[in-house]
Design a protein around this ligand. Structure first.
Ligand SMILES: [Zn+2]
Length: 683
C-alpha cells in the first residue's frame, strides 16, 4: 500500500531470495500485509456464489498462504542461522499471529461449508490422483483441527494452539541460551591428554576467536566440541563436569524447561481429548503410516525385544573391557572408543583426512547424477546470510532439454548465532502440471567440523552421513513433481519422511561410492583397503546400544504423550529418567535432564512429538529399500529411476504405504535392518 512496502523484500515471492536486503524491521509490516492479503483471498473464496468447483474452491485453498509461508519461512530460517535480538523479537512478535491464522482455517465455518459443498458435487466425486487425495486430506485435516466442534470448542482449540506456539519457542530459546552459556576453558596442556589433534586445534581456535590469551583451549556444548571431549579426553573428572552440564541444560532459573514441558503435554492432551482422541499420539498419528500410538509402541517393543539380549551382552563386554565394574555415563563413550580401537584397531579419526568437505559434497553430487540423471552446479555470488554459505542449482535433462528444476543453499559450519544440529528446510515448493512447472528452492544446514588455520574442513564419517542425510531430504523436496502444492515436496507423513534421507546414508558405506569422494586431502589417495575393512567391521560395534538409544527416545516420547500425567508424576524428569534407564548402558544420575533439551519433542507445536519412533520406522524402510540397489548395483540407473519416480517425485500425492509397495513390489521387511545392524540372530 504505502511506498515503503514496495521495498519490503519479504512481500514478493522471488526465486533468488534477496538475503542481502532482508532486515528485522521488514518482518512485522510484511507479515501484517501478507496476513490481510491471505484473509482477503479467503473472503473471496468463501463469498463466491457460483457453483463449487475444484478451480474456485480447492485451488485457492492450496495457494492461500503461499506468500505468507514464503516470508515466514525465510524469517524462521534466518532466526535459526543468523539470529539477532531484533530478529528474534520480530519473529516472536509475528509467530503467534501466523500460527493463529493457520489454525483458524479449519475452524472457519464458511470455508468448511465451501469444502463440504464442493465435496458433494459430481466433479468432486469423480476426482482421482493427487486432487482426490487433496480433498480427502483437507476434510480429515479440518476434522482433526476442530471443524466439527461447537463455537466454544473451536475457540479453545485456537487458544491452545497460540499458547503451544509460544511455549515451544520458549523451549528452544532456553535450550539455545543454556547451551551457549556454558564454556570450559582449559589452560594446562597436560589436561588435554587423549584428545585427537583435530579437537585440540578446534578448541584452540575457539579460544582465539573469543580473544582468550594463549595457552587456552575452549570447549563448548556444541556437538563437535562435546562429542570429541566425551569420546577422547582422558580426564574423567572433566568429562563428568561437561556431561553434567550437557544433561542439565535448560533446568535453571527462568530457563527451566520443566514447567514448559508439563504445560505443553497438558495442552496437547487437552486438545486431543477435545477432538475425540484418547491422547496426542492417536491424534497426530492418524494420517501417518503407524496410524495409532499403540501400534507405534508395539513396533518399538518388538524391536526392543529383538535387541535386548545383544544390548546386555555389549554392556557386559564393555564393563569387562574397562575392568572397573559399573561404568558412569560419562565413561561409556570413552571406554567404547578404547574398546573399538582394541577390537578393530580402528580409530575413527584416521578417516578424517579422507573426508575433506568439498570432495565429499562433489562425490555426493556425482552419485545422484548416476542414479537420477540430475546435475548439481554451484552458482557463486548469490546473496546469502553468511559468506560461508554456498548456493547450487539442480539441472535435469529428463524433459528433453536442460532444465533447472531446483536450487538450494548449503550452510555447514557452527556459529554462535546459529542453532545446533543439521536440517533441511524448504523456501519454495513448486508445482508441476506436466507441461508447466515451477522450480523448488530449499536449504541444507549443519554444524560440521570447521576448517582450521592450516587445513580444510575434515569430517568424521558420521558427519559425512549427516550431509548425505540432509541432501536426501533436499532431493525429496527438489525432485517433487506434484500438481497440488500442499502435497508436493518433503511434506509427507513423519514416519515416511526419513526414508529419502536415511537411504542416502547407505552409499557412505560402499567401497565404490567412497572411491568417488573419499580422497586424502594432501595426497589424493583413496581410503586404504585395510582401513576400509576395519571401518566395515567396526560398523556394527555396539549396534544394539545405538538401537536401544533411539528406541529409548521413542519410548519416552510415546509414554509422555500417551501415559504421563503431572498429577501422578509431578517430577517429569524422574518419570523420563526411569523409562530411559532401561535403554541406557550406565546408571543415569538423579538429575538427568535430557528431556529438558529434547528439542525434537518440544521445540515446535507438533514437531516429533509422539513421532520419534519414526526414525526407527524409516530405518526399517531404508534398510529394506536399499537391498534393491544392492541387488542391481549401487549406481543402478534403473533402480534409481524407480526410486525417483515412485518415491522422490511423489511427495504426499499418494498413500506412502502404496508408494513403498510400488517401488519394492511388496511391504517392508524389518529383517533387513536387523541384518544390516548384525542383530538378526537372537542367540
Ligand atoms: Zn532427517
Amino acid at each position: 500500500m504505502s511506498s515503503g512496502d514496495v521495498r519490503n523484500p519479504l512481500l514478493r515471492v522471488q526465486f533468488q531470495i534477496p538475503f542481502d536486503q532482508i532486515r528485522a524491521e521488514h518482518v512485522e509490516p510484511a507479515v501484517a500485509e501478507l496476513l490481510s492479503d491471505a484473509q482477503a483471498q479467503l473472503d473471496r473464496l468463501t463469498s463466491d456464489a457460483s457453483p463449487r468447483t475444484f478451480h474456485n474452491t480447492m485451488e485457492p485453498l492450496d495457494v492461500l498462504t503461499e506468500r505468507l509461508d514464503y516470508a515466514v519461512g525465510i524469517v524462521r530460517h534466518l532466526e535459526a542461522v543468523a539470529t539477532t535480538p531484533e530478529l528474534r523479537a520480530a519473529y516472536n512478535a509475528v509467530q503467534p499471529q501466523v500460527s493463529a491464522f493457520h489454525s483458524s482455517l479449519p475452524l472457519n465455518e464458511a470455508l468448511w461449508k465451501a469444502v463440504q459443498s464442493y465435496a458433494a458435487t459430481s466433479e468432486a466425486k469423480n476426482l482421482s490422483g493427487a486432487r482426490r487425495r487433496f480433498l480427502n486430506k483437507t476434510i480429515d485435516n479440518f476434522r482433526r483441527h476442530g471443524a466439527e466442534l461447537d463455537a466454544a470448542g473451536k475457540a479453545r482449540i485456537a487458544e491452545i494452539d497460540v499458547e503451544l506456539s509460544k511455549l515451544t519457542i520458549r523451549f528452544s530459546e532456553n535450550v539455545l541460551d543454556s547451551t551457549n552459556e556454558f564454556e570450559l576453558v582449559i589452560r594446562e596442556e597436560s589436561k588435554l591428554a587423549g584428545l585427537p589433534e583435530s579437537a585440540v586445534a578446534m578448541a584452540r581456535e575457539s579460544a582465539r576467536s573469543k580473544g582468550l590469551e594463549a595457552p587456552a583451549w575452549r570447549f563448548t556444548l556444541q556437538a563437535p566440541s562435546y562429542i570429541a571431549l566425551m569420546t577422547y579426553l582422558d580426564d574423567s573428572e572433566i568429562r563428568r563436569q561437561v556431561y553434567e552440564a550437557y544433561v542439565n541444560r535448560a533446568l535453571e532459573g527462568d530457563r527451566d524447561n520443566r514447567p514448559v514441558i508439563q504445560r505443553i503435554l497438558e495442552l496437547r492432551r487437552a486438545k486431543a481429548n477435545l477432538l475425540g482422541y484418547r491422547d496426542f499420539a492417536d491424534l497426530v498419528l492418524e494420517d501417518r503410516m503407524a496410524h495409532k500410538g499403540e501400534r507405534a509402541q508395539a513396533f518399538l517393543a518388538d524391536l526392543k525385544a529383538k535387541t535386548d539380549a545383544h544390548f546386555q551382552k555389549e554392556n557386559y563386554e564393555l564393563e569387562a573391557f574397562a575392568g572397573r565394574g559399573e561404568l558412569h555415563p560419562w565413561d561409556v563413550p570413552y571406554y567404547s572408543e578404547k574398546q573399538r580401537t582394541a577390537l578393530y584397531d580402528f580409530d575413527e579419526e584416521a578417516l578424517r583426512p579422507y573426508f575433506p568437505l568439498d570432495s565429499v559434497v562433489d562425490g555426493m553430487f556425482e552419485i545422484v547424477q548416476r542414479l537420477y540423471g540430475i546435475r548439481v552446479i554451484e552458482k557463486p555470488g548469490a546473496p546469502a546470510w553468511n559468506p560461508q554459505v554456498k548456493y547450487y542449482e539442480i539441472h535435469d535433462d529428463s524433459r528433453g532439454h536442460d532444465t533447472m528444476i531446483g536450487a538450494f543453499y548449503a550452510d555447514w559450519f557452527p556459529r554462535e548465532n546459529k542453532r545446533g544440529g543439521a536440517w533441511m528446510d524448504a523456501f519454495i515448493t513448486g508445482v508441476d502440471f506436466g507441461n508447466r512447472f515451477e522450480p523448488h528452492a530449499g536449504l541444507i544446514c549443519g554444524n560440521l567440523t570447521p576448517p582450521g588455520a592450516d587445513r580444510p574442513s575434515l569430517l568424521t564419517h558420521r558427519e559425512v552421513q549427516t550431509i548425505f542425510h540432509e541432501f536426501g531430504h533436499l532431493l525429496h523436496h527438489c525432485l517433487s513433481q506434484v500438481e497440488v502444492r500442499s502435497l508436493a515436496g518433503a511434506n509427507v507423513a513423519w514416519d515416511f519422511v526419513e526414508l529419502p534421507s536415511q537411504i542416502m546414508e547407505n552409499w557412505c558405506w560402499e567401497r565404490e561410492a567412497l572411491d568417488l569422494f573419499a580422497r586424502h586431502y594432501q595426497t589424493g589417495a583413496p581410503v586404504p583397503q585395510d582401513l576400509f575393512e576395519k571401518m566395515q567391521r567396526a560398523r556394527n560395534f555396539r549396534a544394539a546400544n545405538a538401537q536401544m538409544r533411539q528406541l529409548g527416545f521413542g519410548f519416552v516420547d510415546l509414554a509422555l504423550h500417551r501415559d504421563y500425567s503431572a498429577q501422578a508424576h509431578p517430577d517429569v524428569l524422574a518419570y523420563a529418567r526411569d523409562i530411559l534407564q532401561a535403554f541406557t548402558p550406565a546408571k543415569l544420575p538423579l538429575h538427568y535432564g535430557m528431556i529438558a533439551s529434547f528439542t525434537h519433542l518440544f521445540a515446535s507445536p507438533i514437531g516429533y512429538g509422539a513421532g520419534y519412533y519414526s526414525y526407527k520406522w524409516a530405518e526399517v524402510l531404508d534398510a529394506d529399500a536399499f537391498t534393491l540397489f544392492q541387488d542391481s548395483g549401487i549406481f543402478s540407473r534403473d533402480v534409481g529411476a524407480r526410486f525417483r519416480e515412485n518415491i522422490l517425485a511423489r511427495g504426499d500425492s499418494q498413500d506412502p504405504a502404496e508408494l513403498y509397495r510400488t517401488f519394492m513390489g511388496r511391504d517392508p521387511d524389518p529383517n533387513a535392518l536387523l541384518e544390516r545392524s548384525g542383530l538378526l540372530t537372537t542367540k
